[in-house]
Write a protein that binds this ligand. Structure first.
Ligand code: PMP
Length: 455
């Protein structure tokens, strides 16, 4: 019987694989070169394929399963809501949506008390831009190079990385600026403090020549995520806030990746005590068990739409199943003290462990991050900081990173690798033992990267 069960499992896996390859188009990939793992299930910080190969998830999928896979409280909340009411037109009110909005407003800083729900991060960014444009009566939106804001028309236009190229020319009225990144400074700074000062002076210059009275919003990630875990220097976000205040510009903090505990705060921007006008969120709000995102809107800006029609709408806005998952998720963060845990473990365990790795592996150019959100930037030459692979490398050019990723996967770790960086973003509730296991695997896999160092 064991034999035939295994045969059935293998057959199911290969049918899923065949159907996938025949019919599913995957995001951001050349389809012919794909060889996806058929995932059969997951639990906590692990997931597995049909043959039982298991990986420790150091990517939290796309930095969304903050509570790991199949958290029983989220699964139960979704099941209970499914039995009550699966879906609802957004002009109705319901308990799950109202409670999710209350909990989000409670977690958000300052007077950010109103929530417009979307189905994901890109839609959140689209709606934040729309709100800012209607509120100010202005059109232009500034965003940073080395940013990601989503793949829909407006959000991809704000994105400052190669994913934008295929969607150009994009949305009119978008303008790019350089944010702070001391390790590869656009301003030739030699300290974090200088980088902060020069990045703010640069942004003020961009505003001056664009005409500040034409700018509706500045959209920026509180901590840049997919483009390298760029933690802004102290003073930067406050400086952006001051520029926005001076010119009546709406400050939009994109917290899609870093909101809800990832950086050891409810919202990453809380670390600097800065209150933006709008926050975009998704992912960690409900771990992505059911698609959900949204914009948190200050009371002041929400007033604009008290007697004027809100300029956006979605069939699935405030989806009850997604919001029921959010309620359960936000309650777990609070009840289990996870946000404090992340802040503590980040400083006490992860930062020292990664600094140790850096002392052993000369291919690590820089360690950056906070909470459960880190990146190792890999280089060929620590002196010149030449990246281990060229920017946007594919194929043979990308071999060192591909080999690093394969070395992790062979050892049972699912890494998040992007350009010349290893991102470390495990579930927020990962056990300390699993965290150490994962870091040990990265340690071993880094020997692969070290082989590519220039002699
Ligand atoms: N903003 C940021 C900062 C993100 O990281 C992402 C997704 N990685 C998005 C927006 C887009 O979210 P989604 O993929 O849910 O549309």
């Amino acid at each position: 019987p064991i034999q035939s069960e295994q045969t059935a499992v293998t057959a199911a896996a290969s049918a899923a694989y065949r159907n996938d390859r025949a019919h599913v188009v995957h995001s951001w990939s050349a389809q012919a070169s794909l060889d996806p793992v058929v995932v059969a299930g997951g639990s906590g910080s692990r997931f597995w394929d049909e043959s039982g190969r298991t990986w420790l998830d150091f990517s939290s999928q796309l930095v969304n399963v903050n509570l790991g896979h199949q958290h029983p409280k989220l699964v139960a909340a979704i099941q209970a809501q499914a039995e009550r009411l699966c879906t609802l037109a957004p002009y109705h009110a319901n308990e799950a949506t109202a409670e999710a909005a209350r909990l989000i407003a409670q977690a958000a800083p300052g007077d950010l008390d109103k929530v417009f729900f979307t189905s994901g991060g890109a839609e959140a960014v689209e709606n934040a831009v729309r709100v800012a444009r209607h509120h100010t009566g202005r059109v232009k939106v500034l965003s940073a190079y080395r940013s990601y804001h989503g793949a829909t028309a407006g959000a991809i236009s704000l994105t400052g990385d190669p994913r934008r190229w295929g969607a150009e020319p994009g949305m009119p009225g978008t303008v790019k600026f350089w944010g702070p990144y001391a390790y590869r400074s656009a301003f030739h700074s030699d300290s974090e403090a200088q980088e902060c000062e020069r990045a703010l002076a640069h942004l003020a210059d961009v505003l001056m020549v664009e005409g500040p009275h034409t700018v509706a919003a500045i959209v920026l990630e509180s901590v840049v995520g997919g483009n390298g875990v760029l933690v802004p220097p102290d003073g930067y976000l406050r400086g952006v806030r001051e520029l926005c205040d001076r010119h009546g510009i709406v400050m939009v903090a994109d917290e899609v990746m870093v909101g809800f505990g990832r950086c050891g705060e409810w919202f990453a921007i809380d670390r600097w005590g800065v209150v933006p006008d709008l926050i975009t969120f998704a992912k960690g709000v409900n771990c992505g068990y059911v698609p959900l995102g949204g914009v948190i809107i200050s009371e002041r800006i929400a007033q604009t739409f008290a007697h004027r029609v809100f300029p956006g709408g979605l069939t699935y806005s405030g989806h009850p199943l997604a919001c029921a998952a959010a309620v359960a998720c936000l309650n777990v963060y609070r009840e289990e003290g996870l946000i404090e845990r992340v802040r503590r473990l980040g400083e006490e365990l992860v930062r020292p462990a990664l600094e140790q790795l850096k002392s052993r592996h000369p291919s690590i150019g820089e360690v950056r991050g906070l909470g459960m959100f880190w990146a190792l930037e890999l280089v060929r030459d620590p002196a010149s900081r030449e990246p281990l692979v060229p920017y946007n490398a594919t194929g043979a050019d990308n071999r060192p990173m591909a080999e690093f990723a394969a070395a992790c996967k062979d050892r049972g770790l699912w890494p998040f690798v992007h350009f010349n960086r290893v991102h470390i973003a495990p579930p927020l509730n990962i056990s300390q033992a699993d965290l150490r296991t994962g870091l040990d695997i990265i340690d071993e896999a880094l020997n692969v990267a070290d082989r590519y160092l220039v002699q």
